[in-house]
Design a protein around this ligand. Sequence first.
Ligand code: UDP
Ligand code: MG
Length: 310
Amino acid sequence: MNNNFLLSIIIPVYNEQENIIPLLKRLIPVIKKYHYEIIFVDDGSKDKTCEQIKKQSEKNSQIKLISFYRNFGHQMALSAGYQNAKGDAVVSIDADLQDPPEIIPKMINQWEKGAKVVYAKRNQRQGETIFKKLTASFFYQLINFLSDVLIPQEVGDFRLLDKEVVNFLNNLPESSRFLRGLVSWSSYPSAYVYFEREKRFSGKTHYGFLKMLNFALEGITSFSTKPLRIATYFGFLSGIFGFFGIIYKLIEKILYPQQFTVGWAGLFTAIMFLGGIQLITIGIIGEYIGKIYKEIQKRPMYLIKEKVNL
Ligand code: UDP
Ligand code: MG
């Protein structure tokens, strides 16, 4: 095997002080046969994560650090990693040891065989609550139903990208970064490597229900305008209902005037129903306007406080 390439490992970290050393202990033995660089992106951690990484990067110059002024989110941390990675192959991995580093050589094998994107796909989720599993599965189904790109199921942000794909991501003009969607949208030749997702080594997930929901909405609105179309269909549907309702009532009034009823209950439900649909529709339109607003502001995606060994 020709190991004459540079492997970049990018690791977004947010309050992961207990995980840095255990992760490096497992990661380095696996990748030391390659030329490698490890880029930690500290997403504004409030604990000792940054200090921990600096200590390690003093001992080993292949361990690098980018730190943000504040928390910009997992996807932004990954984006900063991609912007700074020099590797021919770039692997992104979580810091909590839920993604086993041991499968990286398998990913590299697939890459050497020609895949530009190698996804790590989970066989099962150990130690995650049923709630998390259900919401995750709901998330993928919803996103694949509503969006125009097919985002593979049970595939997170643990993947290998060829330099070409990294360049594609880095050169995208948009500031919204739903990376797994963008990677799948680009449809470079891809391959899968399978693994068992482990328990978080230490600490707890940063992705609760609300964050997952927001993440899903971000994914949907970044990749499709189907929700707007669905809103239009709803409008048509309730319009048709209303139209037939009027005709029905007119006929009733003409043919059976003694039976004709005027009730507020029916009116009330109709108003609530329509009011609800209208509010949801305005909300959906608002989501897209918000996205347009963010794009035209052209603010930087993140602010870098400091770089070490880079
Ligand atoms: N993370 C981050 N910024 C955030 C939240 C999370 O950089 O705002 C990092 C976190 O340190 C971890 C990875 O992203 O390395 C995945 O986060 P987490 O394990 O909480 O997500 P889950 O695995 O539960 O989906
Ligand atoms: Mg995790």
